[in-house]
Write a protein that binds this ligand. Structure first.
Ligand SMILES: [Zn+2]
Ligand SMILES: [Zn+2]
Length: 355
């Protein structure tokens, strides 16, 4: 390690990767969205573009090392190795995500928006069931085992869940059935703040359902230090405006779902403070009553908030779906976490230009 070479194995290393090749891979793949396989093949072709098959193939080892490198890199960059937790006692201990500096703390009005992405999905395949994310619930995804237990406890989707008077919500319900046959996971539900920082991501297993949205919202605000037991610095006074394209139906039983689930119950009072809206473009597909009740221009203090910023990041994340869908659960999660961190980092760097 002192020689800036990362060993291919912790037990019997016979190969090593230079720190510079790992750094280059990290940035190239975050920017251009390709997998470790193509990167390794490119390196082999650079070595010999005629007899490439004779060049040693480091792919399997490289894939493991690059994933662990990113995990270590995030611990350094996000301050964990420097003891950052003591400065943010309201955040989960050991957190590994990049927070929005523009709306991270009480005293600032914080709005969150949800959107379901049906492109970043994962094919159903034989995967390693023991492969877990290295972040283990401390980054954007809820802790996997607890999240799956929560979903399991709810059983199948109740037909009542989407029994809305508004046609738009029925479209959402159909998306799961039509698009996602043969997929173990059918997409993700993101929660983002209105500065378009990713706050949380929850996997969808069978189309978008409210339990996934609840879990994404719960994890986002838990990570940002909100909940019924978080009362320091007047945290309980921060108004929350949330924008989601199915809000006319989603919010109807939301308080009840949070109150009746042990997984969500630590925010059961907190969620009652939410004001619910629908993004300005999506609302065109709703009935007239929805426009009047859920249109942001009719809400106090959020008249200029269109809620469609959730769409910005999908342009980038959809490209990631092309290679994460073949990965094991943990590897897929860790790869998306790296892209979220990179997106949030670029937002951080450029935030000063616009605020
Ligand atoms: Zn923000
Ligand atoms: Zn509606």
């Amino acid at each position: 390690m002192h020689a800036k070479l990362f060993p291919g194995s912790a037990i019997e290393p016979i190969s090593a990767f230079s720190f510079s090749v790992l750094r280059e891979y990290d940035l190239h793949t975050l920017q251009a969205k390709f997998g470790a396989y193509d990167y390794c093949l490119s390196l082999r072709r650079l070595t010999n573009n005629v007899f490439t098959h004779l060049v040693n193939d480091p792919y399997q080892t490289f894939m493991r090392v690059a994933r662990f490198w990113r995990y270590l890199e995030s611990k350094v960059r996000l301050g964990q190795v420097h003891g950052i937790d003591k400065f943010f006692p309201h955040r989960p201990s050991g957190f590994l995500m990049l927070y929005c500096p523009a709306c991270s703390d009480p005293g600032v009005n914080m709005r969150d928006i949800y959107d379901g992405n049906h492109q970043a999905n994962q094919f159903w395949k034989n995967t390693d069931p023991f492969d877990k994310s290295l972040a283990d619930g401390l980054a954007y995804f809820p802790q996997a085992t607890k999240y799956l237990e929560f979903l399991k406890s709810l059983g199948h989707i109740s037909p009542d869940e989407y029994a809305a008077h508004c046609n738009h919500v029925k479209v959402i319900a159909n998306q799961g059935r039509i698009q996602n046959q043969n997929c173990a996971k059918t997409g993700v539900v993101n929660t983002q703040c209105d500065h378009v920082f990713v706050m949380a991501t929850a996997d969808m297993q069978n189309g978008e359902r409210y339990a996934n949205v609840d879990a994404s919202s719960h994890h986002a605000f838990q990570s940002y230090g909100f909940g019924d037991d978080q009362t320091d610095n007047h945290r309980g006074l921060v108004p929350i405006a949330d924008s989601y394209d199915s809000n006319c139906s989603y919010q109807v039983n939301k308080n009840g779902r949070f109150a009746s689930s042990t997984y969500l119950a630590d925010q059961k009072e907190f969620v009652t403070r939410f004001e619910h809206g629908i993004p300005d473009l999506h609302i065109k597909g709703h009935i007239d009553d929805c426009i009047v009740v859920f249109g942001h221009p009719y809400h106090w203090c959020v008249g200029h908030f269109h809620g469609e910023t959730a769409e910005y990041y999908w342009v980038e994340l959809n490209q990631v779906g092309g290679y994460t869908r073949q990965m094991n659960d943990g590897h897929c999660e860790d790869t998306i976490i790296a892209h979220h961190n990179d997106w949030n980092w670029q937002k951080t760097v450029n935030l000063g230009e616009y605020f």
